[in-house]
Design a protein around this ligand. Sequence first.
Ligand code: ZN
Length: 296
Amino acid sequence: MLRDHFATDYIEDTCEIDDAFPHAIVAQRDSVVGRTMRRLTCSLLLLMAAAAICQAQQPRFRVLAFYSEHTEPDHVEFGEQAVRFLRSLAKKDHFSLKTTTNFEVMRMPTLKRYRLVIWLNDLPSSPQQREAFAQYMDSGGGWLGFHIAGYNDSSTKWPWFVGLLGGAVFESNSWPALPATLRVEDRTSPVTRGLPPSFVSPANEWYIWQPDPRQNKDVTVLLSLDASNYPLGWKDTLAGGDLPVVWTNTRYRMLYINMGHGDKIFTSPIQNRLFENAILWLCTKKETGPALGQAP
Ligand code: ZN
């Protein structure tokens, strides 16, 4: 079932209709021509006013978020909290948000209506869904993936998606979910605007990748795990190594964010700002560069 959650309280209209009519038309009030002209002028003004109101209420952009209610409980919890977070953001930043658990709507006619597609806690599994998404991204679509949405290994069998992630393949993860200090590597990006050089990110399950996406010249790493966190985890321990947490493959309008496990993710105002920045950047980013829309 497709669930509609359009934000409705966009920018309030402040236009008023000016009721001053041209004197020349008023002087002909007794003539048929005068009455017709007056009606036409009135209609035109009303149409212009309606158009102005309509424009003022238009969302800045449209976002479609996919999530699953039938995956690992910690990921479901994150997904539900993320939907609430996105709804509040849609109102604050004046964009339209649609959320759905139905991955079957991942078809080009639907996708192309949206400036940004978000995967909160799952990814498409059928060849048709995957093909439609690849076509959308190769046509200049936008994507934001959280945590498990970027998971891929030898069983995933979707090479195009590995390319979208800049070549990153899941290798291992920390366990249990723990907070970690993140280092902001690029403080000039709009995605990291207002963030301190480092901050403690709430409890999360952290992924390490092999190949490391940093090896790809088209990848820009924005945040990474600070080395002071190692060893990280008790049951499954990450002993060391480069661990990019947020990155973009500059050949696409995309961003991957590793956070997305459990019910603590949205407890950090700093991290919430990162999420907001990420969405606004992806939705307002200019399509520049010869490689945009081309498969790697
Ligand atoms: Zn997880």
